[in-house]
Design a protein around this ligand. Structure first.
Ligand SMILES: Cc1cc2nc3c(=O)[nH]c(=O)nc-3n(C[C@H](O)[C@H](O)[C@H](O)COP(=O)(O)OP(=O)(O)OC[C@H]3O[C@@H](n4cnc5c(N)ncnc54)[C@H](O)[C@@H]3O)c2cc1C
Length: 289
């Protein structure tokens, strides 16, 4: 796809209106890293929204408000109690791509290898969409991420911010990504947030991606693991393998990069197992309390 013209609107409302007027001939430009994946030869006009003040991370009492244009590199550098996205950002492609890609760009169009949709299903989140009529529309993360986000972003509507859950005391977070080589596209990803009280998992949110058409909460894994005893000493990843396998069985796992669907079905529970173990350790170490 070729960019044949650039528009740099001074206000969000102007950006929305321009995108609406351009329709198929226009393209909202954030970090621009997905252009390389766009097929088709038609020239399009890019509407650049990088200078509209939509970047940055604000701390709220129980969450973080992350601007849609915040570069992934900034998510990696940010530190605060209960913040977990730095670990996800570290697993994201290469430093050059982390510098360019934006948080919102990773959520507004979901490629199967995208890291943040999976992590946000485990952490919980809420999107804010500025509509063409100037309203800020909240959209629950679980709905936004359940299928193509375009359902919530018709031409002219813009994702402006995401409220990301803050891990409270007793919670831990784990993220795992299976790749063939460093910085390769993911074969399977898994994210887990777990709350551990008195040596037992009392709450757990698990999600998987990359080997599924869209990232998905793993309710069966969650119900199998809640209540499980997790001793502080001598706990290894394999303690969660049986539940991960049973809970992942029957989902439509899809092999990519030349791997079979059966391979993906065997690999995904391994990523889930490792993410559960990482989340439990994080909780046991009291990193967020
Ligand atoms: C070689 C390579 C490897 C990569 N590896 C990974 C990886 O390992 N993990 C990973 O997660 N990602 C990876 N990415 C990045 C990912 O594929 C996307 O390209 C990236 O997330 C898009 O973000 P962006 O800011 O560049 O958005 P853009 O490319 O500018 O936009 C992406 C799409 O979303 C729309 N859009 C963007 N922002 C908004 C908004 N605020 N509101 C409404 N619509 C919007 C755009 O119109 C466009 O359709 C990789 C990219 C490359 C090139």
């Amino acid at each position: 796809m070729k960019i044949i013209d650039f528009k740099t609107p001074a206000r969000l409302e102007d950006a929305g209106r321009t995108l609406k007027e351009l329709g198929e001939a226009g393209l909202l430009l954030a970090g621009g890293t997905s252009l390389v994946f766009n097929k088709g030869k038609a020239g399009r006009t890019a509407v650049d929204i990088r200078r509209l003040g939509l970047s940055g991370i604000k701390e709220l009492p129980e969450a973080f408000l992350v601007g849609a244009l915040t570069p992934v590199a900034e998510l990696q550098e940010f530190r605060a109690k209960g913040w977990a996205l730095d670990r996800v950002a570290r697993a994201f492609a290469t430093q050059q791509i982390r510098n360019m890609s934006t948080f919102g760009g990773n959520l507004a169009r979901v490629f199967r290898w995208n890291d943040f949709p999976v992590a946000l299903l485990a952490l919980e989140c809420e999107m804010t969409v500025r509509t063409l009529t100037g309203q800020d529309r909240p959209v629950r993360g679980s709905e936004f991420l359940a299928a193509s986000p375009r359902r919530f972003l018709p031409d002219g509507d813009i994702l402006t911010a995401v409220k990301v859950g803050r891990l409270a005391s007793g919670w831990g977070f784990g993220y795992r990504k299976e790749v063939r080589t460093h910085a390769d596209f993911s074969l399977a990803t898994a994210a887990v947030a777990a709350r551990v009280v008195s040596g037992r998992i009392v709450e757990l949110r698990a999600a998987a991606g990359a080997a599924l058409p869209f990232p998905k909460r793993l309710e069966k894994v969650e119900s199998l693991l809640v209540g499980k005893a997790v001793p502080r000493k001598g706990l290894d990843e394999d303690a969660f393998l049986a539940e991960a396998r049973e809970g992942c069985a029957g989902l439509p796992w899809k092999g990519e990069c030349g791997f079979s669907d059966a391979y993906a079905a065997a690999l995904a529970p391994v990523a889930v197992r490792d993410a559960v173990a990482a989340a439990v350790r994080d909780a046991q170490e009291g990193n967020h309390g």
